[in-house]
Design a protein around this ligand. Structure first.
Ligand SMILES: C[C@](O)(CO)[C@H](O)COP(=O)(O)OP(=O)(O)OC[C@H]1O[C@@H](n2ccc(N)nc2=O)[C@H](O)[C@@H]1O
Ligand SMILES: Nc1ncnc2c1ncn2[C@@H]1O[C@H](COP(=O)(O)OP(=O)(O)OP(=O)(O)O)[C@@H](O)[C@H]1O
Length: 297
């Protein structure tokens, strides 16, 4: 049986670092905005337990690929004797801060749970995801969300519809190196969302005025010192709208009210950089696609 599923990108519209835990991981608060643009994965079930990943031009040994690691973890934890061949169409830049590898891992957990009929719950899959990386659970849960802890405590939120122009500078940033740098500021005060819930039934709605005041990325100053090209890309984008780093970079982004305005800015992009326009979404395209998919037999 064959199943094709998207693996969307995310942006960190807010990234605040509150402190460092004894294990080296950082307590943070971040607003994960899911996008309607990403990688594409094709899963083909195998009767024998063998797992293979065709990652195209992505130069990573198979056993290190988060797709392979997610599939292996699911096999080990469920005792499933089925295997799979998984093909990756890589559209997202590597080390871009837009969660490409994490999203591939989440789509693998969701896709194989469906194909292999493991019947795991989203909570169980999100727990497995957290073992693969701090950004995996948000993609497993598939909602634009406010995150706390090391990124695993998720509260779904509703953001205003926006189009994002994402620029890809010519450098890949190591997340571990940024978090390990003594110059990183780690003392932001925590934001509380509870006040925003007052009088609102259902999910918290974050309006653009609140976002304007609260946005910012605590990694940005350090990353721009380490990679002047990232500062140059952000400053170029800043001529159109407030521009910011996502995650630990390298990508920078700005929000626009229409796809037309975002594409007009993209058309002026200097040839040394690439970029893309994507809409912000509340629900992951992976979940939307799975909801339309017939049960595996
Ligand atoms: C910065 C973000 O991209 C924001 O979305 C993520 O929190 C990073 O998520 P990720 O790439 O899935 O992170 P992981 O693969 O779990 O960790 C990569 C490295 O980042 C550091 N790390 C990550 C998350 C976190 N809350 N604190 C950390 O200190 C750790 O040194 C770790 O070795
Ligand atoms: N399927 C995959 N796609 C991309 N990177 C992968 C994959 N599997 C493993 N990796 C490794 O994960 C690292 C992070 O890649 P990724 O593209 O997810 O970075 P990122 O966009 O900065 O993510 P994040 O925002 O979650 O930190 C890369 O250095 C790469 O070696």
């Amino acid at each position: 049986m064959i199943l094709q599923l998207p693996a969307p990108a995310k942006l960190n519209l807010i990234l605040r670092i509150l402190g460092r835990r004894a294990d080296g991981y950082h307590e943070l608060q971040t607003l994960f905005q899911l996008l309607d643009f990403g990688d594409l994965l094709t899963f083909e079930t195998r009767d024998q337990g063998e797992l293979t990943v065709d990652a195209g031009a992505l130069e990573i040994p198979q056993q290190d690929n988060l797709i392979y690691r997610a599939a292996r973890l699911l096999q080990e934890r469920t005792g499933c004797t089925l295997g799979a061949h998984i093909r990756l169409q890589k559209n997202l830049p590597q080390g871009g801060g837009i969660g490409g590898g994490s999203s591939d891992a989440a789509t693998t957990l969701l896709g194989l749970n469906h194909l292999w009929q493991c019947h795991l719950t989203i909570d169980e899959l999100a727990d497995f995801g957290a073992q693969l990386g701090a950004d995996v659970p948000v993609f497993v849960r598939g909602r634009t969300a406010w995150a706390e802890g090391i990124g695993e405590k998720l509260t779904p939120v509703i953001t205003e519809p926006q189009y994002y122009l994402v620029l890809v500078p010519n450098c890949a940033v190591s997340t571990a190196a940024v978090f390990g740098d003594p110059r990183l500021t780690r003392d932001s005060t925590a934001i509380t969302l509870a006040a925003l819930r007052e009088g609102q039934p259902g999910d918290i709605r974050l309006d653009s005025d609140w976002l304007e005041q609260s946005s910012g990325n605590d990694c940005q100053a350090l990353v721009e010192t380490l990679y002047p090209e990232i500062r140059a890309a952000r400053e170029w984008l800043q001529q159109f709208a407030k521009a910011q780093l996502t995650g630990t970079g390298a990508c920078v982004f700005a929000a626009f009210d229409s796809a037309q305005a975002a594409n007009d800015a993209l058309a002026k992009l200097p040839p040394k950089w690439s970029g893309f326009v994507a809409a912000g979404v509340q629900e992951s395209p992976t979940h939307r696609q799975l909801a339309k998919t017939a049960p595996a037999t």
